[in-house]
Design a protein around this ligand. Structure first.
Ligand code: GDP
Ligand code: MN
Length: 385
């Protein structure tokens, strides 16, 4: 062998030795340079969904338990996002947080719902961020729009009253459609039929702490049906008759009311009147089967016949909350105190310093809403163990 070839061979075998040593001693190095990994990044995305576009496992993982998401136990669960095409930027911001703080390691799917088709731009930009499968659904006409049997003269007068009273969204019909849909229809959408659990996310919300465990499995393993992070009072002007109708319904069906229910959270007087406390439903981790139950669907259908979603402005938050407080046992409701969450203007920031530190929370604990005067945490504390 002549000299230059020998020198070249020496260099090549040196590089190979270094590569092998690094591959065995440094897991991350081995992963980023493995052929299958490089191939996964280069191969075109044929599924139509961005499950292989980004390999988040290559990011620094000092704060994150590392595991291969393909062989861990997962729940039959999805994110649900109701949004308009005009909510695109806000949706992207919410997804950035939920992916960075949780889903890049768990890769749960997303279902996006809208009363009209999502644009190609919307689909492309959210698919680009999501680490799990993404599906887009159009809401059936009758699940969204004001039913024909609603007395429009009465509905117009109801809206005008709330405008005069300066109640937020008082004059909006689309807001009422949204509240009725979230109260009684989202869980009936065909794209959600295959799932048991959902996590509701809205455009323009923040997730402030790492979520290092699987909250869906927490719900499943602890026999929960409904999880919340913020609870507060509803505006009485939006639901003047809701409690009367609710009482009528439970008088018709006393057998539907859970024995160990949460009446002491929603009432100061054993049910004579409603104290307006509700779970803020823009965040929910909950069971779809609970909403699909006979008790809840009959309750919703009963309320719907009263027309209060249009004559008044019943929100999905009080309707969900009354349903879950009455028809589920109180032990089935969970306060996710460790999930840092913000929906303008309120923040739930973990009060426990250890949780705040370990979750690398970005929120200001002094702004935590839990014991704000407008919060219903004190009512929740009355019934929580
Ligand atoms: P707020 O939280 O009560 O102030 O109400 P939002 O405006 O945030 O609406 C609640 C949720 O419904 C969000 O996820 C919105 O994106 C969605 N939403 C509200 N109105 C409409 C609408 O007319 N069409 C669609 N597709 N989504 C809507
Ligand atoms: Mn909102």
């Amino acid at each position: 062998m002549n000299k230059p070839i020998r020198a070249l061979l020496a260099v090549v075998s040196f590089i190979i030795s270094i590569h092998l040593i690094l591959s065995f001693t440094h897991e991350d190095y081995g992963r980023t340079t493995s052929l299958s990994n490089i191939k996964a990044k280069l191969s075109p995305n044929t599924s139509g969904h961005s499950t292989t576009t980004y390999d988040y496992d290559d990011l620094p993982t000092s704060h994150i338990p590392s595991f291969n998401s393909s062989n861990i136990r997962k729940a039959n669960a999805t994110f649900v996002i109701l949004a308009r095409n005009s909510d695109l930027d806000g949706t992207v911001r919410s997804l950035r947080d939920i992916e960075d703080r949780f889903n890049r390691r768990f890769k749960y799917p997303y279902v996006f719902l809208n009363e009209e088709e999502f644009t190609d731009e919307y689909k492309m930009r959210v698919t680009n961020i999501a680490s799990g499968k993404v599906e887009f659904g159009v809401i059936p006409h009758d699940h969204w729009y004001q039913p024909d049997w609603i007395d429009e003269v009465k509905a117009t007068a109801g809206r005008q009253q709330l405008v005069n009273d300066k109640v937020i969204y008082g004059g909006s019909v689309s807001y009422r459609n949204m509240c009725r849909f979230n109260s009684g229809f989202f869980f009936r959408h065909p794209l959600l039929q295959k799932y048991k659990w959902y996590w509701r996310v809205e455009p323009e919300v923040r997730f402030h702490c790492d979520v290092k465990y699987d909250p869906f499995l927490y719900m499943e393993d602890n026999n929960k049906v409904y999880g919340f992070v913020i609870t507060m009072y509803e505006y009485i002007k939006t639901i003047p008759t809701l409690w009367e109708h609710t009482k009528d319904f439970i008088n018709l069906h006393p057998e539907y009311v859970a024995k160990d229910n949460s009446m002491n959270y929603i009432s100061e007087n054993s049910g004579a009147s409603y104290n307006l406390c509700h779970f803020w439903s823009n965040f929910e981790i909950a069971s779809l089967d609970f909403w699909r139950s006979k008790e809840y669907t009959e309750y919703f259908d009963y309320l719907d016949t009263k027309g209060g979603f249009y004559y008044e402005r019943w929100g999905d938050a009080p309707v969900h909350s009354l349903g879950v407080a009455l028809f589920a046992e109180k032990s089935k409701i969970h306060f996710f105190s460790d999930i840092g969450y913000e929906h303008n203007p309120y923040v739930h920031c973990p009060a426990d310093d250890k949780v705040w530190l370990e979750g690398r929370c970005s929120c200001d604990q002094r702004k935590n809403f839990d014991y704000d005067g407008y919060s219903c945490m004190k009512q929740w504390d009355r019934i929580a163990d």
